[in-house]
Design a protein around this ligand. Structure first.
Ligand code: PRT
Length: 109
């Protein structure tokens, strides 16, 4: 079981945000503001679309890593904490769980 998490990567990004843009790719992206981070995220999103539809599994794996890293950098540039996104995903999961339970209840009469 892999122990590396999105939170670990986000902490690493936070730690590198204050580094010199000459020695940190993360700091270089963040120095360009939300526009640069969003542009780079868009490029990576296009790359995973191509890798996945061409059934390139290894490529898709690599591009997924790029997409996730660049999404976390973009969230930081936009001032949106990862914890807020995770909380929203958790609420959606709880909500859909309740809906599933309610529809099972109706089906059973
Ligand atoms: N996970 C990543 C990660 N994934 C992808 N990348 C970089 O994202 C870039 C995207 O690939 P491209 O081919 O588009 O890169 P490029 O042409 O050099 O980039 P541009 O000049 O076009 O922006 C590459 O330079 C990759 O090295 C990453 N860079 C950093 N991390 C993480 O961030 C941490 C801090 O990195 P630094 O900020 O560089 O110290 C690392 O320890 C990793 O945990």
């Amino acid at each position: 079981m892999m122990s590396f998490s999105l939170e670990d990567l986000d902490k690493r990004i936070a730690a590198r945000a204050g580094a010199s843009p000459d020695e940190s790719y993360t700091a270089k992206l963040l120095a360009g503001g939300v526009e640069r981070c969003a542009k780079k995220f868009g490029e990576e999103a296009a790359e995973i679309i191509i890798a996945s539809v061409t059934k390139d599994k290894k490529g898709t794996e690599g591009e997924a890593s790029d997409v996730i890293y660049h999404l976390l950098v973009l969230l930081r540039a936009a001032g949106v904490p990862l914890s807020d996104v995770m909380a929203q995903l958790e609420r959606r999961t709880a909500q859909s769980g309740l809906e599933e339970k309610a529809s099972r209840g109706k089906a059973q009469g």
